[in-house]
Write a protein that binds this ligand. Structure first.
Ligand code: F6R
Length: 260
């Protein structure tokens, strides 16, 4: 796992955006895995800026989102369809037909999930998967005890996730309790992983992901099994890392890094 620790959320988001832009410049028809939630908002803002100011081109890009709530129509302001449109897609030039987001309103979840997995394969697999991390250590909606080889499926959300997400809904009862989510196994098949985290609230989960055992209790710990996982943190979310000095040493001494 490669860790990059930045002094602020903005710096962390910029560094993560550069990673995605580098890939796009090298492979203009890249397949990008997208995440929702508050954390990647800064990263999306930076990518939009690069599109507008530097001509970063998404015209050949295909995207696959990690997850979607079950039961919310696509135009519901808390659906992940709506989130992606408002915060990213309406500002860049990803062709409409290249955007894939799990359907939360399908009548046949099993068939839809199998189709989604297959579509990822048909498009050549995900080149870089953007991820956030839940305070319970989840990636996508793979809650504690999700199999580390799980695939795209219907998932019941854990109570802490429902509590965390209730800040976006009028009442806690309005928060959907089911989601369709890519599995941990699906995510691990991406060629690169890019996880972003910020704030004190994520410090425990981040420490367990990086320095704890690989366990389905913290599904983000599966990143330890991936050969090309890049983790971008701000100083607060890195606050509980025991070996933080070491990670910062590696970051500073990386071949090609600016001299200290
Ligand atoms: C959303 C997703 C979730 C979030 C996680 C953190 O697509 O996959 O795993 O990344 O719940 O959410 P925020 O960023 O809102 O703290």
């Amino acid at each position: 796992m490669e860790l990059t620790i930045k002094s602020s959320y903005e710096e962390m988001s910029k560094a993560a955006a550069v990673k995605v832009a580098d890939l796009l410049n090298a492979k203009p028809n890249a397949v990008i895995g997208m995440a929702t939630g508050s954390t990647p908002l800064g990263l999306y803002k930076e990518l939009v800026k690069m599109h507008k100011n530097e001509g970063l081109d998404f015209s050949q890009v295909t995207t696959f989102n990690l997850d979607e709530y079950v039961g919310l129509p696509v135009d519901h302001d808390q659906s992940y369809h709506y989130f992606m449109h408002e915060n990213f897609f309406k500002h860049v030039n990803v062709p409409h037909q290249n955007i894939y987001i799990p359907s939360g309103t399908t009548k046949n979840f099993k068939a839809f999930c199998a189709w989604y997995e297959n579509r990822i394969k048909e498009c050549g697999g995900v080149d870089i998967q953007i991820l956030g991390i839940g305070s319970d250590g989840h990636i996508a909606f793979n809650e504690p005890t999700s199999s580390l080889s799980s695939r795209t499926r219907l998932k019941t959300l854990a109570k802490p996730t429902i509590d965390d997400n209730s800040r976006f809904f009028e009442k806690r009862e309005d928060v959907p309790i089911y989601a369709i989510t890519m599995g941990v196994g699906t995510i691990l098949e991406s060629r690169e992983l890019l996880l972003v985290a910020n704030g004190k609230g994520k410090a425990d989960a981040v420490a367990q992901m990086v320095e704890g055992p690989v366990t389905s209790m913290i599904t983000a710990s599966a990143l330890q099994l991936h050969p090309s996982a890049h983790v971008f943190l701000d100083t607060e979310s890195a606050g509980n890392l025991k070996m933080r000095d070491y990670y910062e040493w590696i970051q500073a001494k990386k071949p090609g890094a600016p001299k200290l």
